[in-house]
Design a protein around this ligand. Structure first.
Ligand code: ADP
Ligand code: NI
Length: 215
């Protein structure tokens, strides 16, 4: 298993060399660490979870003209090239295809304990201090406004609307980040999410106070 993990780490680090800072190798490393933390209290296939964590953003559709098949395909081809068995590859591919917030807005017809764990691990990295940093980095990368009081957040967006939004970054908190704590699957992630969620609430209060020039 160690050799498989080492080869996968090297592959991912190379592929993500020029990635946006919210979706780079460090994001993957944090998600991998979250996965291992959750695995301490969950019964699941460790190899599947770790491979899915490492490969989940290898070719994110939002950086590939919306193509949602490319991530699972690139991951699968890599795993075949290092001789991983077909069942493991198939499971990792399905996890990658189904784990994103975007995917959860569409029709989801695959479930597994391993998907739940890696999805939690990824969602934990979207909230708290890191979540705030990632959101503004992504907004900057897309040249979005930080905040515009005239543009209200849009709840219950369809998958297409969510993909095509150009709203200010603060809206993303209401459209996704603040919703994540109630979507956690495992007890470990639920308890970590609680504290990270409070931190974001505090950040937003401070942000609005400063925006309005209050002392
Ligand atoms: P997924 O790919 O899991 O469906 P996203 O790509 O929307 O979900 O989210 C991954 C991360 O990218 C978010 O947690 C956030 O940090 C950043 N991000 C995505 N969309 C936005 C946005 N509209 N504004 C700010 N950050 C965003
Ligand atoms: Ni991710």
């Amino acid at each position: 298993m160690q050799q498989t993990i080492d080869l996968t780490v090297a592959f991912v680090q190379d592929r993500l060399k020029f990635a946006e800072a919210g979706h780079d190798w460090w994001h993957i490393q944090r998600v991998w660490n979250n996965t291992k933390l959750i695995l301490q209290t969950e019964q699941a296939d460790h190899l599947v979870c770790e491979l899915a964590a490492l490969l989940h953003d290898i070719a994110d559709s939002k950086f590939h003209d919306g193509d949602e098949s490319i991530g699972p395909r690139v991951a699968g081809e890599f795993l075949e090239s290092i001789g991983i068995n077909a069942d493991t590859i198939d499971h990792v591919r399905r996890i990658i295809h189904n784990m994103s917030f975007k995917a959860s807005l569409g029709e989801v017809n695959f479930h597994s304990k391993e998907l739940e764990i890696v999805q939690d691990a990824d969602r934990l990295d979207a909230i708290g201090a890191i979540g705030i940093a990632r959101a503004f980095n992504y907004g900057g990368y897309k040249n979005r406004e930080m905040y515009n009081p005239k543009i209200k957040p849009k709840l219950n967006m369809t998958k297409e609307e969510y993909k095509n939004t150009t709203a200010p970054t603060i809206n993303h908190f209401y459209e996704k980040l603040l919703l994540l704590k109630d979507k956690m699957n495992t007890p470990t992630a639920k308890s970590l999410a609680e504290q990270r969620h409070q931190y974001m609430e505090g950040f937003l209060q401070q942000f609005y106070a400063e925006w309005e020039g209050k002392r």
